[in-house]
Design a protein around this ligand. Structure first.
Ligand SMILES: [Zn+2]
Ligand SMILES: [Zn+2]
Length: 330
C-alpha cells in the first residue's frame, strides 16, 4: 500500500507557492485579465444542440421503455457506455488533457480523446480551454461557470446555480481559445481528434445501437441501445459533470481552505468516477487521483494507476511521488 491512500487532509491551506496554480499545467495565470468579449454566437448555437438533443433523447428513452420495457441489454449498454465516456471525460479531458497529470503515447491519447468526445460535452479544445479558464479565475469574474448568486431581484442564488450548471454554455464569450491550449494546438493528433468531434459523437451513438442489434437480433434491441446506451447516457453524464461545476462549488465539505468555494460532494463520487472530490482537486489540481482519504472512491484514479502499472501511461503524478514530504496531503 502506498502512503497517499492512508492520509487524511484536514484544514490545510493552499497557496500559489504551494503549487495550487503553478501545477495546473500550461493554463493562464490568475493575473490574466478575465475575458470580456462579445457572446460567441456559434458556441451558443452549439449549446442548443449539446443540451437539447440529449434531453429529448432521454425523454424518448423513457417513453420507449414505458412501451417496450427496459431489458438487461439496455441496462448493460447504458452501464458500459457510461463507464467508458465518464472515464473519457474525467480521466481524458480533465486529468490528462487539461491538467497533464500523466503522459501517454499516441494510442492512449487517441483513446482518451475519442472516449471523452463521445460524451458530447464539446470538442476537446473547447472543453480544456474553458476548464483551464475555470481554474485560473475560480469563483471570480472570468470563471465561465461559477454558481455564484447572479443579479438582483428574486432568486439570485437559484439563477447563479443554474448558470453554473448549464446556463453558462449559452453565454460563452468570444475569445482566443488557442491562447489557453497552446500545448494542444501544437499537437497534430489532438487537433485531428478535435476536428472529428461530431464523428466521435455519432460513433458513440452507433456503437450501442449496433451492439444492441447484435445481442438481440432485433430492431428493438438496436433502438434500445441507441436511446439508453447513446442519448440517455449522454444526458445523464452531462448532468453529473455539470453537477460537479454547480453543486461542487456550492454544497459539500471543504477539507482544504482553497481560495475558491470548491466542495467535496461524496454522493456524486461514483457517478462522477471520482471527479466530485472537487475541493481535493482544486487544492491539488495536477494530481492523477482525487482520493485524499481511504474511504474516498476515485475510479478514475484507480484506472490511471492500473494503466500505469501496465505501462500504458507514465509520469503519473501521485501525492507521494510529487511531494515526498506529503505537504498539502496530510
Ligand atoms: Zn471547480
Ligand atoms: Zn480541473
Amino acid at each position: 500500500m502506498t502512503t497517499d491512500n492512508t492520509t487524511t487532509p484536514t484544514h490545510h491551506p493552499t497557496t500559489p507557492a504551494g503549487g495550487t496554480t503553478a501545477s495546473t499545467g500550461p493554463s493562464p495565470t490568475a493575473a490574466d485579465p478575465p475575458p470580456v468579449g462579445e457572446l460567441d454566437t456559434a458556441a451558443r448555437r452549439l449549446a442548443y444542440v449539446t443540451v437539447g438533443v440529449p434531453t429529448l433523447g432521454f425523454a424518448a428513452a423513457v417513453v420507449f421503455s414505458w412501451n417496450y420495457g427496459f431489458t438487461l441489454v439496455d441496462g448493460l449498454l447504458l452501464l458500459v457506455m457510461y463507464a467508458v465516456t465518464s472515464l473519457g471525460v474525467e480521466g481524458g479531458f480533465h486529468r490528462f488533457f487539461s491538467h497533464k497529470s500523466f503522459t501517454a503515447g499516441p494510442g492512449m491519447t487517441a483513446f482518451w480523446g475519442i472516449a471523452g468526445s463521445m460524451a458530447a460535452q464539446g470538442p476537446v479544445l473547447f472543453w480544456v480551454a474553458t476548464h483551464r479558464q475555470h481554474h485560473a479565475f475560480t469563483d471570480r469574474d472570468g470563471d465561465p461557470h461559477s454558481p455564484r448568486p447572479l443579479g438582483g431581484g428574486r432568486f439570485p442564488r437559484l439563477r447563479g446555480f443554474w448558470h453554473g450548471h448549464v446556463g453558462w454554455l449559452f453565454q460563452v464569450r468570444r475569445q482566443n481559445w488557442a491562447k489557453r491550449v497552446p500545448d494542444l494546438v501544437r499537437d497534430r493528433l489532438v487537433m485531428r481528434l478535435n476536428q472529428y468531434y461530431f464523428g466521435w459523437i455519432l460513433a458513440g451513438l452507433a456503437l450501442p445501437a449496433l451492439l444492441g442489434w447484435l445481442a438481440t437480433g432485433s430492431v428493438r434491441g438496436a433502438v434500445g441501445g441507441l436511446l439508453w446506451g447513446g442519448l440517455a447516457r449522454i444526458f445523464l453524464l452531462d448532468h453529473v459533470t455539470w453537477g460537479v461545476n454547480s453543486i461542487g462549488h456550492s454544497i459539500g465539505n471543504r477539507p482544504y481552505r482553497t481560495r475558491d468555494n470548491s466542495r467535496n460532494v461524496a454522493p456524486l463520487a461514483a457517478l462522477s468516477v471520482g471527479g466530485s472530490w472537487h475541493n481535493n482537486h482544486h487544492a491539488r489540481p495536477a494530481l492523477a487521483h482525487n482520493r485524499h482519504g481511504l474511504w474516498q472512491i476515485d475510479p478514475t484514479g484507480a484506472v490511471i494507476r492500473a494503466l500505469d502499472a501496465l505501462g500504458l501511461v507514465s509520469n503519473a503524478r501521485y501525492p507521494d511521488r510529487e511531494r515526498p514530504d506529503k505537504e498539502g496531503v496530510d
